[in-house]
Ligand binder design. Structure first.
Ligand code: 15L
Length: 262
């Protein structure tokens, strides 16, 4: 079993690398930044928008975990080239190589402009991107859908919340995806059949999003950001529903500061 991980040197890739290591599994770590491969790993320095490099990188691969791309707002041209065109190049190379499973990093920002309301936002919430970055994640989901329907590839898109070692603010009490749960979610997604869009969050007491579709593909989250609540509230104050961070699902990405044209 060989898994190609694009964007392996990024934040989520770095957290996942030790957690996805298994006996009998090879992780092929691809990034534009050089990576030193350890046991059970192969390193590839390549750009996800380079079709030739991606064709080579797919050789002997069983599944691809596509994390590569900009993870925050950027100028439209950069988002278009790296996040949208790059995802097309990755999926097309995977298809040509006969790779059957793809797990794509989407983001909560694909649907970030939905106002927060009581209760959990459902799975497959209609896109409402909060940035060009969010638009690119909608495109990632659309490409995944196309490669499933047209070519029969099994594709799961993860609308990741906030994947960090620990939640950093009171919004993340709702949106946190612990690194261990992220690995659990990726494991479930790597073998899921069909096409799915799942929210990437832990079993947070204050969660804003459904865990149903995640559970349907076999994801059982074990962590809850609530264990950090007292500490974060003491530091940042009680969550204010009027604050932009809590008013929309995408939080501060919905504010002017996050827009690339500012
Ligand atoms: C994302 O999509 C970003 O890549 C990440 O840096 C976080 O800001 C996260 O969303 C979030 O919403 O917390």
């Amino acid at each position: 079993m060989r898994i190609l991980i694009t964007g392996a040197a990024g934040g989520v890739g770095t957290l996942l690398r030790p957690r996805l290591a298994r006996q009998g599994r090879v992780l092929r770590l691809l990034d534009i930044a050089p990576i030193e491969a350890g046991p059970g790993e192969e390193a590839v320095t390549a750009d996800i928008t380079d079709p030739k490099a991606m064709a080579e990188a797919m050789d002997g691969v069983d599944a691809v975990l596509h994390l590569g791309g900009h993870s925050l707002e950027r100028a439209w041209e950069e988002i278009l080239h790296v996040n949208i065109h790059g995802t097309y190049v990755v999926l097309e190379a995977a298809r040509r190589a006969g790779v059957r499973h793809a797990v794509l990093a989407s983001s909560n920002h694909a649907a970030g402009f939905h106002p927060r309301s009581a209760g959990e936002a459902p799975d497959y919430l209609f896109p409402r991107p909060d940035t060009y970055y969010g638009v690119s994640k909608v495109a990632v989901e659309a490409l995944g859908s196309l490669y499933h329907d047209r070519y029969g590839m099994h594709v799961t898109c993860l609308r990741i919340g906030s994947c960090f070692e620990r939640p950093k603010d009171t919004r993340m009490l709702s949106t946190w995806l612990s690194p261990d749960d992220c690995a659990r979610l990726v494991e479930a997604a790597l073998t899921a059949e069909g096409f799915h869009v799942v929210w990437g969050i832990s079993a947070n007491t204050r969660r804003w999003w459904s865990l149903e579709e995640g559970r349907a593909i076999g994801y059982e989250p074990q962590d809850d950001a609530e264990v950090f609540a007292a500490e974060l509230i003491a530091e940042h104050g009680e969550p204010d529903p009027e604050d932009i961070a809590h008013r929309y699902l995408g939080g501060a990405f919905c504010g002017p500061r996050y827009h690339a044209d500012n």
